[in-house]
Structure formats: structure tokens, C-alpha cells
Design a protein around this ligand. Structure first.
Ligand code: SF4
Ligand code: SF4
Ligand code: FES
Length: 302
């Protein structure tokens, strides 16, 4: 495991924290604002700050800022630079792919509105990749760990197949009301990013190690790391499901294994940052009770 060192690549373009012209600056006759981006050219490389000046337009969000930066591909000091890389898809807080640290706060870039950000921080906007996942490039991170955790707790209902399994059990309105809010999770990772118990796992590829061998080694580390609030909530969501219940004991076993619910320190940061307002701490508490009851029952069933 390692953490990536950060440095300012060139003082010529200011670096973070340096004072510059901001929202009152002028480019092509319009108002401009500063955007500082923590960039990284590839996995395990040293990161560096780069400053950009962006022309202001009404109703911009952080994704439109990044699109403008990519189109110009020039830093604030006029140097031609490679376009900044970032992830996005739906642009309406549904896909969960655009999570980054905007002015130090983990959030969706597509719903981060520039005018609001500048009102809070007139000196400009600072963008960093999530700190708990390995950087692939610039603001793009590898989220495989999230999906390994979902696999570990069997975060699905196993009903695939070409045979007729007959009608499934009905979901009661009460079950729907419990399940629906949890099913709104978009795997954005904000809750994991904010969690003090969720530590970054980043491995480097060994010399001569094949891509497959590296992925297998990495996944084995991921599967032992803390699964995080979203995964705990998903395990509960599928255990509430009348069909998903058939794998309830496997999910509870996964919640009790290394990296499971016992790693939660109940700091409650997760629930504060979830863009979908999922009742994470309620589900963590319920998962705690469910695993305790399950463990006691196991002793008496011996
Ligand atoms: S309550 Fe648990 S999962 Fe949520 S932030 Fe705290 S330690 Fe992390
Ligand atoms: S629980 Fe909320 S913060 Fe966590 S991944 Fe799901 S939507 Fe994102
Ligand atoms: S682009 Fe899909 S959530 Fe932001």
C-alpha cells in the first residue's frame, strides 16, 4: 500500500494557495475564475497542482468547467497542457461516476454549481481526485474495490437463468418502504471517501506480474479492507428483500468477516455526505443487531 506524494510542478503558474486574479479577471472580454486541479499523469506517479483560468458563463457546473478546460488545454500561465481527465456520464446525479473533492468536499461534480461554489469561495474552485481510491489519471480513480465489496456481500438477488422459477414472493408496502431508500444508492463512493475507517488501498504492479495476477492480488487486498457504509446498507437491502433473503446468512457471514461491520467506528461521516440521503447509520445499526443475533443463533445451533 502506498499514498501518492503531491508536489507543485511549477511555481511559474502559481501553485495552490497563491493569490491570483479570480472572478474579476478577464479573458476574451468576459469574467473569469480560477480552477486549481490536482493532476496525476498515471497510477503511482507524483501528483502536481495546475492552475486554469476559465471564462464564466451562467449556470455552469463543475463538469462544464472541466469541458472548457479540456477544450482549451492550456494552463493559466499559457502553457499547452494535456487535457484533464475526469469521469462522468449521466450529468444528473444518477450514475455516481463524477465523484471528486470539490473545494475539499466529496461530492458529485455534475451537481456542483459554479456560482454557488464561487459565492462560498470567491478565490476559485479546487478539484482533487477522491483520496481513498488509486488514481488512474487526474480526477479519474479506480473504483474496483467498491465492486469487490458488493460481490463479497452478494449485493444482488440471484434469480438469473433461463428456467421458469415461478412467481417470486410479494413485497409488502412496508418492505418496499424500507428497501426503496437504500436502493437509491448510486455507488458514488462519497460515504467511503468521508469515512475515517476506510483507508486507501493502493498496490503497485510487480515486475513481470501479469495483468491478471496483479488484478487478483489487488482484489484479495480489497476483499480484506473495510467494505464501507454503502456496502453494509446494500447487504441489508437484499436481506430485507423476500427473494434476496435466501442468501441472508451468506451476507451476514460476509458482514462479520475481515473488513466487515466491526471496522465501523460509528463516526457518522458517511450519512452526512450521501447525496441520496440514504439512512446509512440506521442500516449500520440494524446490521450490527442482525449479525449479533445471527452469531448467537449459530452458537445455539451447533
Ligand atoms: S459510521 Fe461507520 S461507515 Fe459511517 S463514516 Fe463512521 S466509521 Fe465510516
Ligand atoms: S450510500 Fe450514498 S454516498 Fe454511499 S455510495 Fe451510495 S449513494 Fe454514494
Ligand atoms: S455524471 Fe452521473 S452522477 Fe455526475
Amino acid at each position: 500500500m502506498n499514498t501518492t506524494a503531491t508536489q507543485t510542478k511549477s511555481t511559474a503558474h502559481g501553485g495552490v494557495g497563491a493569490s491570483t486574479a479570480h472572478s474579476e479577471g478577464h479573458a476574451q472580454g468576459g469574467k473569469t475564475f480560477d480552477v486549481r486541479i490536482l493532476r496525476q499523469d498515471g497510477p503511482g506517479e507524483t501528483s502536481y497542482w495546475e492552475r486554469h483560468r476559465v471564462e464564466h458563463e451562467p449556470d455552469m457546473n463543475v463538469i462544464s468547467v472541466l469541458q472548457k478546460i479540456a477544450a482549451v488545454a492550456r494552463a493559466a500561465d499559457g502553457r499547452g497542457v494535456a487535457p484533464v481527465a475526469w469521469d462522468c456520464n449521466c450529468l444528473e446525479e444518477v450514475c455516481g461516476s463524477c465523484t471528486m473533492l470539490v473545494n475539499g468536499r466529496t461530492r458529485m461534480a455534475c451537481s456542483a454549481l459554479v456560482d454557488k461554489l464561487l459565492a462560498e469561495h470567491p478565490e476559485g474552485i479546487e478539484l482533487r481526485p477522491m483520496s481513498k481510491y488509486p488514481v488512474v489519471r487526474d480526477l479519474v480513480v479506480g473504483r474496483q474495490r467498491m465492486f469487490e465489496a458488493l460481490k463479497k456481500v452478494k449485493g444482488w438477488v440471484p434469480v438469473d437463468g433461463y428456467y421458469d422459477a415461478g412467481p417470486g414472493p410479494r413485497q409488502s408496502p412496508e418492505q418496499q418502504q424500507t428497501i426503496y431508500p437504500i436502493s437509491e444508492c448510486i455507488s458514488c463512493g462519497c460515504c467511503m471517501e468521508a469515512c475515517p475507517q476506510y483507508h486507501k488501498i493502493e498496490l503497485s504492479r510487480r515486475e513481470g506480474e501479469s495483468e491478471e495476477a496483479f488484478a487478483a492480488r489487488q482484489n484479495s487486498f480489497y476483499r480484506r479492507g473495510f467494505i464501507g457504509a454503502a456496502t453494509i446498507a446494500q447487504a441489508m437491502r437484499f436481506n430485507y428483500d423476500p427473494t434476496g433473503k435466501m442468501n441472508a446468512s451468506e451476507r451476514l457471514e460476509a458482514l462479520m468477516s475481515e473488513g466487515g461491520i466491526q471496522d465501523c467506528g460509528n463516526a457518522q461521516n458517511c450519512v452526512a455526505v450521501c447525496p441520496k440521503e440514504i439512512p446509512l447509520t440506521r442500516e449500520i445499526a440494524r446490521a450490527g443487531r442482525a449479525t449479533t443475533v445471527y452469531a448467537i443463533k449459530k452458537i445455539f445451533d451447533r
